[in-house]
Design a protein around this ligand. Structure first.
Ligand code: NAD
Length: 505
């Protein structure tokens, strides 16, 4: 992806935003940004150096004193203005998502909307930060608690939601009184600059929000910086684990959300028409590039045949094409390399003995210049196959047939990932047992993509989340603050003279 500056001189270059303005970098490394729908390069991005990371953290550190002491109501008002500005510009923001990610405009709009909901939640920060108070815990003694900001927080985000995932982080971090450095994906870095400009327009003081472009060099410099108090990461599991271990070893608070393999269990009593609709949307929406996409169908007993009867025509009817055409259901994959990786997984599945019922490799759309692959269905997969075990992150649904409900539960619980899962059934008892016993962080009952709304929290289990904290909602408020508890006694106690025994209240 990296190339010399001279080769991309005629294209727009996305740079850094530090201390309230575009700041030139001395870097000689640049990445190329492509429009995945056409395969054309649309911009380039600076690959920041360690000196750039230092400048970003310095700006955030310098802004912390003033911002953390800004009354919480004033911080909330910046969030209110940001909310209005996102509503004003939502179409423009979605268009940038579509240009650099490829997802269809209606889907891009939905993703901005889901991020906007976190800003709405952050507008309530005065209420969310209220502490607790106990009068008279001892004679003349009161105890109260407060939540205070941590300092400089960093956010490292993936390519698949360039607008939404940053919004999972910085609105709450900033509303809580922290300052922030965002390191977006180098594959689609432009949305981050929109957030910087809108926050400035909303009245946020310079230095409170900064954008550092680049790759692992920028990330590792941020993780090594002792002035950084906390790191939020969303991306693939190997990088999440690296970020978690490095940040923890360097004494930082860290939440690192990783990859997924989400199973949807189809019971024999499910409404097969609705289940098939849910599967095409959740399996192939955004070309399967969602961490909450369904990638494994688990049919129980004799559910497979009636399901396939409904599902196959719906998959074949999917309309695939460029994201700017809102009549399309599914767009391209992010890069040529990623499309080739997903295609190689289909080859692998065939070799491992799965049945390729619908083959995206031969879809008409693959002849176009964009990074397209048709929707694919692999039947008769089993737990020993790599196509079942590994995250593919593309428009590939894998079907595993099991005999019993218990087998379905065992299969999911044995998987290394535990991000999302769902059960489709009309039976309350099965649904109850499923939600109780399943080892997964986000669970749907007749809901295929159970992404919690902004006032709940988002996070998986097992190797889908490293660290104790989920993201946004009250977990987010707790992550971006630390608790201080004050026990206070006023002069009458002091006038009583010194006490040398252990205080027992
Ligand atoms: P990625 O892990 O390749 O990159 C994520 C971020 O980490 C980027 O900003 C990237 O520049 C940086 N990075 C990459 N390699 C690094 C390294 N060696 N050292 C330090 N930083 C590095 O992920 P991606 O391909 O951009 O996104 C797709 C992945 O993200 C999928 O696995 C998907 O499941 C996951 N994801 C998870 C969630 C969730 O909430 N759990 C949400 C969205 C995406």
């Amino acid at each position: 992806m990296a190339e010399k500056a001279s080769a991309v001189a005629t294209l727009r270059t996305v740079g850094n935003w530090i201390n309230g303005r575009h700041l030139e970098s001395a870097s000689t490394r640049f990445g190329r940004i492509f429009n995945p729908g056409t395969g054309e390069q649309c911009a380039s991005v600076v690959m920041s150096t360690e000196a750039d990371a230092d400048a970003a953290v310095s700006a955030a550190k310098a802004a912390f004193e003033g911002w953390s002491n800004t009354p919480v109501l004033k911080r909330a008002r910046v969030m209110f203005r940001l909310k209005e500005l996102i509503e004003r510009d939502i179409e423009k923001i979605a268009a940038v998502v579509t240009q650099e990610h490829g997802k269809v405009l209606h889907d891009a709009m939905g993703s901005v909307q889901r991020g906007l909901e976190v800003v709405e939640f952050a507008c309530g920060i005065p209420h969310l930060l209220k502490g607790e108070y106990n009068d008279q815990v001892g004679v003349g003694i009161d105890t109260y608690s407060m939540r205070q900001p941590l300092g400089v927080c960093i956010g490292i985000t993936p390519f698949n939601f360039p607008a939404m995932v940053p919004l999972w982080m910085f609105p709450l971090a900033i509303a809580c009184g922290n300052t922030f450095v965002l390191k977006p994906s180098e594959k689609n870095p432009s949305c981050a600059m929109l957030w910087a400009e809108l926050l400035q327009e909303a009245g946020l003081p310079d230095g409170v929000f900064n954008v550092l472009q680049g790759d692992h060099v920028a990330v590792n410099a941020l993780l090594a910086d002792e002035r950084v108090a906390a790191a939020s990461f969303v991306g693939s599991t190997p990088v999440a684990e690296h970020v978690y271990k490095t940040a923890s070893a360097n004494g930082k608070r860290v939440q690192a959300l990783g990859g997924a393999k989400n199973h949807l269990v189809v019971m024999p009593d499910a409404d097969m028409e609705k289940t098939a609709d849910a599967l095409v949307g959740s399996g192939y929406g955004s070309a399967g590039e969602r961490c909450m996409a369904i990638s494994v169908i688990v049919t129980v007993g004799d559910a497979a045949e009636p399901l396939l009867e409904k599902l196959l025509p719906k998959i074949r009817a999917l309309k695939i094409g460029i994201g700017t055409d809102n009549s399309n259901d599914m767009g391209p994959l992010i890069t040529a390399e990623h499309r080739d990786k997903v295609r190689a997984y289909i080859d692998l599945g065939e070799k491992e003995g799965a049945t390729v019922v619908i083959d995206g490799r031969t879809h008409e759309i693959t002849k176009s210049s964009g990074y397209f692959l048709g929707p694919t269905l692999l039947d008769n997969a089993s737990r020993d196959m790599r196509v079942y075990q590994e995250e593919i992150f593309g428009p590939v649904l894998t079907l595993v047939r099991v005999a019993t409900f218990d087998e379905a539960i065992d299969l999911i619980n044995a998987h290394e990932y535990g991000n999302g899962t769902a059960i489709f059934t009309r039976d309350g008892d099965a649904a109850r047992q499923f939600t109780h016993g399943i080892q997964v962080g986000m669970v749907g009952v007749n809901v295929p993509i159970p992404v919690p709304l902004a006032f709940h929290s988002f996070g998986g289990w097992k190797r889908s989340l490293f660290g104790a904290s989920s993201i946004y909602g009250m977990e987010g408020v707790r992550f971006y603050t630390r608790l201080k508890t004050v026990t206070a006694r006023w002069p009458t106690g002091i006038l009583g003279g010194a006490d040398f025994s252990m205080p027992t209240m």
